[in-house]
Design a protein around this ligand. Structure first.
Ligand SMILES: O=C1C[C@@](O)(C(=O)O)C[C@@H](O)[C@@H]1O
Length: 235
């Protein structure tokens, strides 16, 4: 049983992102928690039931319509079951889901999931992903604000097609943090990689990296040891 299943959203945490919880021992040296990508696991609820690692978990069950692998059927129900585990400290729910996007066949809806998470002391990360590009600065501000209000922290991952777009994401992260919003932000893709190391300087609370670069869960991720070193060197 993990000794610590909380997450401090007032400071930066580094997540080892994986669909395979047996990687946890390899993540311990560098990660603060494991992002368990349930949508990438063969039998995620079984894996959770037998998890006995040290690191707390952030559970994500990303639907296909937001870059993941899960079909909508039972997706939120699986998250609701996941948050009942002592090891789970946080749950990722897409902002679109929280705003009422039809969830397929589920017994629980987004509001019920949030209440259930909170009843179990699990914090909610409201997430937004843009796999095509980076919206204009005003939209970045709106998305970060909306996500921060919808969850205990708001997360925005965009795709930087240019260095300028990466810079726009960093600037929006700085504005959000300055106005008091708890946010996590990163730019995906080759032009955005450095934002994963630099965004924490501007207040981003979460970073994601695979233990092994070959198992990246998003474009442009560094491997875990590298991101830990970069973030620590810059902070
Ligand atoms: O939302 C995120 C952020 C992410 O997309 C990234 O760009 O590192 C990786 C995902 O696993 C995670 O759920």
């Amino acid at each position: 049983m993990p000794t610590e299943s909380t997450i401090d959203l007032d400071s930066f945490s580094l997540c080892a992102s994986t669909g395979d919880l047996t990687e946890e021992p390899d993540a311990r040296e560098h990660a603060d928690l494991v992002e368990f990508r349930m949508d990438l696991a063969a039998d995620p609820l079984d894996a959770l039931a037998t998890y006995d690692g040290d690191l707390p978990l952030l559970v994500t069950n990303r639907p296909r319509w937001e870059g993941g692998e899960t079909a909508p059927y039972g997706r939120l129900d699986a998250l609701a079951e996941a948050v009942e585990h002592d090891a789970v400290a946080a749950v990722d729910v897409e902002l679109a889901t929280l705003r009422g996007r039809p969830a397929g066949t589920n017994d629980i809806d987004a509001r019920g999931l949030v209440e259930h998470a909170r009843d179990h002391g699990v914090v909610v990360v409201a997430s937004v992903h843009d796999f095509d590009g980076t919206p204009a600065p005003a939209t970045l501000d709106l998305l970060l604000r909306a996500a921060a209000v919808a969850g205990d922290a708001g997360k925005l991952a965009v795709t930087a097609r240019t260095k300028g777009e990466a810079l726009a994401l960093l600037a929006a992260t700085h504005r959000a943090t300055t106005r008091g919003d708890r946010v996590a932000a990163m730019a995906m893709g080759e032009h955005g990689s450095h934002t994963r190391a630099v965004a924490p300087v501007y207040g981003s609370r979460l970073g994601y990296a695979p233990v092994d670069a070959a198992d990246a869960t998003a474009p442009g991720q560094y491997d875990l040891a590298t991101l830990r070193r970069l973030v620590d060197d810059l902070s």
